[in-house]
Every structure is written in C-alpha cells, then in structure tokens.
Write a protein that binds this ligand. Structure first.
Ligand code: HEC
Length: 114
C-alpha cells in the first residue's frame, strides 16, 4: 500500500516535470522564432548635392558602399558607370537623376580629370 502511494507520487512528479519543465526548456532553446543579429553595413556617403538620390536610387540593388569601395575615378568613368547600371542592369533612373548622380560622384569620389 505504501509502495503504491510512493509510486503514485513519483509518477505525478514525473508527469509534472514532463508537462511543465521540459517543454519550457525546449521553448527557450528550440522555439521556432530565433533572434538574429544583422551585420551593420556602413553605408554612409560623403555629404554633397545629390546624396539623397544616390542613397535611394543607387541602393536599390546593392549597398551604396559599392561607391566608396572604388578608387577615385574620373568624372567620365563615373558617368559611364551610372549609365551601365541603367542600361545593363536596368536601374530605374531618369536622365535628370543620372546627371545629378554623376555630378555628385565626380565631385565626391572623383579625380581632377574630367
Ligand atoms: C538595377 C540594379 C542596380 C542599380 C539600381 C544600381 N546598380 Fe550598381 N550594380 C548592379 C549590379 C548587378 C552590379 C554588378 C554585380 C555585383 O557586383 O553585385 C553592380 C555593380 C556596381 C559597382 C561595382 C563596379 C561594377 O561596375 O561592377 C558600382 C561602383 C556600382 N554598381 C555603382 C552604382 C551606382 C553609382 C548606382 C546608382 C546610379 C547603382 N550602382 C545602381 C546593379 C545595380
């Protein structure tokens, strides 16, 4: 008789642990939602006229970091780079915006060459 009572206590204690303790631990370690830490992308461009357009339009497909990653380039090269983005890759940039962007790039990331 005593044995049965002890057994009943152990069983309910075990059931309690399985129901309450184990799932809680699993929820912490194996829940469907995990938090991730995104890498910080330094996408700061130099201040200058047209910066906003460059940040938005040149950041559609890739980080605007592609710009400061380049060596200083002559204005002509920046201009053809902008047109390559439009013609080859289909960047949705108007002629007017392309001009603003090319001038910004030449002024901030250009050489003295024209
Ligand atoms: C429609 C998508 C798109 C837009 C918008 C875009 N690019 Fe690109 N860009 C690309 C692709 C595709 C590459 C080449 C593949 C890669 O390296 O990711 C690239 C590469 C570059 C490179 C690296 C050198 C090269 O020629 O491969 C530079 C610099 C660059 N882009 C500048 C710009 C600038 C400045 C603008 C804004 C005028 C711009 N991009 C807008 C798609 C785009």
């Amino acid at each position: 008789m005593k044995k049965n009572i002890v057994f009943a206590i152990l069983v309910s204690a075990g059931a309690f642990l399985i129901q309450h303790h184990v799932p809680m631990v699993q929820a912490e370690e194996m829940g469907p939602v995990h938090s991730i830490t995104l890498p910080t992308i330094p996408a700061e461009l130099k201040e200058g006229a047209g910066k906003d357009k460059v940040m938005t339009l040149c950041g559609i497909c890739h980080s605007p970091d592609y710009i400061p990653m380049q060596p200083r380039l002559p204005a002509k090269t920046w201009d053809s780079e902008v047109h390559k983005m439009i013609k080859v890759f289909g960047a949705p940039i108007s002629d007017e915006d392309a001009k603003t962007i090319s001038s910004y790039l030449a002024a901030q990331y250009g050489t003295d060459e024209k």
